[in-house]
Write a protein that binds this ligand. Structure first.
Ligand code: ZN
Length: 259
């Protein structure tokens, strides 16, 4: 670790084009990015991320089923759980899992029931395997997820790109959950407020790449190097030195994921 090393706590490496992924991996050292937590969309994506991780020690794979899509069949769920069980030693976490907030915005009649059941299966698995869980859960879905985590006494929870009300933020802090900050902290007041409200000991940084950002990052491929700008902004908001923030976020991520 050099004094300005970073870890991307949430990226979808398998969703990049081959050349883009090659460029990112080639440039990690240049940008002092020591590791990437590559999260998965479904079984095939989990297999892909695990293969990347086996070929490059800087890549850490998480297996899961992203909630912003149609529910999987029972058989697909069984296969995914079997995959997680079989490869548990090489997976750092379960994720990305959660609830379909944006899909429900488009289809208000969508039932949450099946998604909650599936999420509960992943939460139980995270507890059983003693692995952290990476959550996609925003606004009114976040308290539902907190309830499920509390029900199963799971505390190693990482809410990525979190957005939600202050009551829920307080509850998450009390429960010891982590959140990660995306490059939109540079221009989104809502994310800047989250940085103000959340203890530095529970923060990480992420890109959620290949998702693209606006402002200074407009029309640019999302690259883990962008997290240096996020970190500078976090230091400014918190009134802490950049050195302190680099150190703290690095420690948070390595300890949480046991890297
Ligand atoms: Zn994601």
């Amino acid at each position: 670790m050099c004094k300005s090393s970073l870890i991307d706590a949430h990226i979808h490496l398998d969703l990049y084009e081959v050349e883009e992924r090659g460029k990112i991996l080639q440039e990690l050292d240049l940008y002092s990015v020591d590791a990437l937590i590559s999260v998965s969309f479904h079984l095939q994506s989990s297999e892909q991320n695990l293969a990347f991780a086996r070929g490059d020690r800087r890549i850490k794979a998480a297996a899961g089923f992203h909630p912003e899509q149609e529910l999987p069949s029972e058989r697909e769920v069984e296969e995914l759980l079997a995959f997680i069980q079989k490869n548990r030693k090489d997976l750092v976490a379960i994720g990305e899992v959660g609830l379909p907030y944006y899909k429900m915005k488009e289809e208000p009649s969508l039932s949450l029931c099946g998604y909650i059941k599936l999420l509960e299966l992943f939460i139980k698995e995270s507890k059983r395997l003693n692995k952290p869980i990476i959550l996609h859960g925003v606004y009114e879905h976040a308290p539902i997820i907190c309830g499920l985590l509390e029900k199963h006494s799971v505390t190693r929870a990482h809410f990525h790109w979190f957005k939600g009300d202050r009551e829920t933020i307080k509850r998450m802090v009390r429960n010891g959950y982590f959140v990660s900050i995306t490059p939109d902290v540079l221009y989104e007041e809502e994310i800047q407020q989250l940085v103000r409200d959340y203890p530095i000991e529970r923060l990480m940084v992420e890109t959620d790449g290949p998702w693209r950002f606006e402002g200074a990052f407009q029309k640019r491929m999302t690259h883990p190097g962008m997290m240096h700008r996020s970190l500078e902004k976090i230091a400014e908001i918190k009134g802490l030195s950049e050195t302190t923030v680099y150190k703290q976020l690095y420690r948070n991520t390595t300890e949480f994921y046991r890297l």
